[in-house]
Design a protein around this ligand. Structure first.
Ligand SMILES: CC(C)(COP(=O)(O)OP(=O)(O)OC[C@H]1O[C@@H](n2cnc3c(N)ncnc32)[C@H](O)[C@@H]1OP(=O)(O)O)[C@@H](O)C(=O)NCCC(=O)NCCS
Length: 132
């Protein structure tokens, strides 16, 4: 399918993070490497997890990660995060990622989605209870 056939719109809420990947983030073909996206999705999810924990969190698990479409140098990449489950010490966050294609920024494609679990930790790095 072409980008035009996959074209969607950005969600109504504010993204938790927005970035424009650079050539250093790409492979020799100009496509952004999966590891860059995994790092950014982890950071985006951790922002929501830190809000929930009202403090420091650490990633305990990447439960699911799917790359739907490639990202290219210069795309404007927006990350959205949603709490799926809050446990005793953990929070599970869904991260959805959209790319607005360079250079027009009018074509919007959902590129990635992931589910990650974070644990609230104390200064010693031990799990602590989520605030009520
Ligand atoms: C995160 C960490 C502090 C948890 O330690 P722990 O107290 O032994 O962990 P527990 O087994 O009690 O689990 C804590 C919570 O994480 C959840 N959890 C643990 N493993 C999980 C997994 N694979 N998937 C989903 N949730 C998981 C547990 O269900 C529990 O949640 P709850 O309290 O809300 O019910 C510890 O495992 C750690 O430091 N890991 C390394 C984290 C890290 O460095 N991340 C970055 C890697 S570069």
């Amino acid at each position: 399918m072409t980008d035009q056939e996959l074209h969607t719109t950005l969600p109504d809420e504010q993204p938790i993070m927005r970035l424009m990947p650079q050539p250093v983030n790409a492979n020799a073909q100009g496509a952004i490497i999966g590891g860059w996206m995994m790092m950014q999705a982890d950071i985006a999810g951790s922002i929501e997890a830190q809000r929930c924990a009202q403090g420091v969190v650490t990633t305990v698990a990447v439960n699911a990660f799917q790359f739907h479409q490639p990202v290219h140098v210069g795309d404007l990449v927006s990350f959205y995060a949603e709490r799926l489950r809050v446990g005793k010490t953990s929070v599970t966050v869904k991260v959805e990622v959209y790319a607005q294609r360079h250079p027009d920024l009018l074509t919007t494609v959902k590129v990635t989605e992931a589910t990650l679990t974070y644990v609230a930790v104390d200064p010693a790095g031990h799990a602590r209870e989520m605030p009520h």
